[in-house]
Design a protein around this ligand. Structure first.
Ligand code: SF4
Length: 311
């Protein structure tokens, strides 16, 4: 359960994760049950949570643990990190919280608390290894899992980003940033870089039965393995409707829809326009009535297209 929670919490808020966590643990209460699950069903249950590579790696990890390790996760950080989808932070968090091992997971909360406590002026999160060294030096001989959780909770509830409640903090007397009355200036951040905007066109192809063509995206890359609509690449260059239509899978009378979709990924903003085509011949592919789109694992950006295309 700690593993599942930590995977879901990667780049995602606790509030967003809770309903997904409850649903997953209801459907697949053990790692062995998840290992046997149909990948499409897992992807469907994950839809909306984002960062879909996590879900695919999670299934791979469950299979590895169930089939190669009798359903038991390894306890040491260096063994956990060998499993699919488990990076340094997640390995440390599982080792500390699930197995009480001598590990010091460093998340955003821990970075905030310790950079303030020790007035660490290195730019974060690029230098979070520095915070990791401080955290390791503080680890108690016993109950390191409790220590890790306490540090995270202190950051989440007391050492808040904008209004730290230093009067309620057990470290008030020793905290260097607090003593210097500079708590909110930590952690030090690199100057913000504007996210670029990419542009693309969606090919909304409807057949004579009112079904719309869907496609599975390539396994590698953004939204890898998820179901979506065909379209052009998402790129910096803005294509005209005519240029986009020349890239469509069928030459013909493509009509520009008024629908416009905006979506923001971690590293870029996306603007999509839609070209509509009515196909009057048989064509192999994944066709679906709009009323059945809910049965596919459509990621958020694709659901926005569906919304925008509603009559
Ligand atoms: Fe954070 Fe204030 Fe506690 Fe320092 S004293 S760790 S700034 S809450």
């Amino acid at each position: 359960m700690v593993w599942l929670a930590e995977i879901m919490l990667q780049q995602t808020t606790c509030a967003a994760v809770i309903p997904y966590f409850e649903n997953f643990t209801r459907k697949w209460p053990t790692v062995k049950a998840l290992a046997k699950a149909d990948t499409d069903e897992v992807m469907h249950a994950w839809a909306g949570l984002g960062y879909y590579a996590r879900a695919r790696n999670m299934v791979k990890c469950a299979k590895d643990v169930a089939e190669q390790r009798q359903g038991q996760f390894p306890r040491a950080e260096e063994d956990l990190i060998e499993l699919p989808g488990i990076g340094p932070y997640t390995a440390a968090a599982i080792a500390a919280i699930a197995f009480n091992g001598p590990s010091a997971p460093v998340d955003g909360n821990v970075i905030r608390v310790l950079t303030r406590l020790y007035a660490i002026s290195d730019v974060m999160p690029a230098n979070k290894a520095v915070v990791g060294e401080f955290a390791k030096a503080m680890l108690p001989k016993e109950h390191s899992g409790d220590f890790a959780e306490a540090l995270m909770d202190l950051g989440a509830t007391v050492c808040k980003p904008k209004n730290p409640k230093c009067k309620d903090c057990p470290w008030e007397a020793d905290c260097m940033a607090c003593i210097q009355d500079e708590a909110t200036t930590y952690p030090k951040k690199a100057p913000k870089v504007e996210k670029p905007t990419r542009h693309g066109w969606v090919f909304w192809i409807e057949n004579t039965e009112g079904r719309v063509l869907l496609e599975r995206r390539p396994e590698k890359g953004l939204l890898g393995g998820m179901i979506g609509f065909p379209g052009t690449l998402w790129q910096d260059q803005v294509l005209s409707a005519e240029q986009a239509a020349r890239q469509a899978p069928e030459l013909g009378d493509w009509k520009r829809s008024e629908a416009q979709i905006s979506h923001t990924f971690t590293h870029f903003h996306l603007r999509l326009n839609v070209l509509v085509f009515h196909l009057d011949k048989d064509w192999d592919g994944l066709w679906s009535r709009p009323s059945d789109f809910g049965t596919h694992a459509l990621p958020s950006v694709m659901q926005k297209i569906v919304e925008a295309m509603k009559p």
